[in-house]
Design a protein around this ligand. Structure first.
Ligand code: GRF
Length: 199
């Protein structure tokens, strides 16, 4: 299964996915796309010898599709990609686009809910647990069907940074598990609730 990963930031989820997909894996990351030329994730891609391309206009669906076609992409993964994917791309790749989100959707999702904002909102709500979600992507932020979730405790002395680090551990296990299951099934499939972190 030929995978493209869209990123906007440092790329720790991309790195976790690349580490999980060994040479014999049924899926391979062959393209990394970013809306930001300075995204650290692009350097990670280049270090792994993977095509790394910057989207001059992230809203230009025709440009996306030309790149995805050129690399014969089967599955599109959003890993810290902060823009909305154009509707024409979603239409062409319906049920073949997944995103990892650092909270237990449907709570703490939607426009503006990314990075530190998410963890601040979780702590502000008094929630006793948080976690990560991998879901299908449609035309609306964080609305698509949930494929997998992993829960973590919210601890008394948590800061947004501490909680984010605990959730990221789960993300780094959950996203590769979803991609490997998609490669085995030929398309993304729901996973049983599995991944826990106690620390
Ligand atoms: C992750 O927490 C992801 O859930 C969110 O953005 C962050 C990206 O982190 N959408 P990284 O760039 O993969 O390290």
């Amino acid at each position: 299964m030929r995978v493209a990963v869209a990123v906007s930031g440092r790329g720790s989820n991309l790195e976790a996915l690349l580490n999980a997909l060994g040479p014999e894996a049924p899926a391979r990351v062959v393209l990394v796309l970013s809306n930001r030329p300075d995204a650290g994730a692009l350097e990670r891609a280049r270090a792994h010898g993977i095509a790394a391309e910057v989207l001059p206009d992230p809203a230009d669906g025709a440009d996306w599709l030309a790149r995805l076609d050129r690399h014969r992409i089967d599955l599109l993964v959003l890993a810290g990609y902060l823009k909305l994917v154009p509707a024409s791309v979603i239409a062409r790749y319906r049920h073949l686009v997944v995103n990892v989100h650092p909270a237990l959707l449907p709570a703490f999702g939607g426009r503006g809910m990314y990075g530190r904002h998410v963890h601040e909102a979780v702590l502000g709500s008094g929630a006793r647990e948080s976690g990560a979600t991998v879901h299908l992507v449609d035309e609306v932020y964080d609305r698509g069907a949930i494929l997998a979730q992993g829960r973590v405790p919210v601890l008394p002395n948590d800061t947004p940074e501490r909680l984010a680090a605990r959730v990221l551990e789960v993300e780094h296990r959950l996203l590769p598990a979803v991609v490997l299951a998609a490669a085995a099934a030929g398309h993304p499939v729901p996973l049983p609730e599995t991944v826990e972190s106690t620390s």
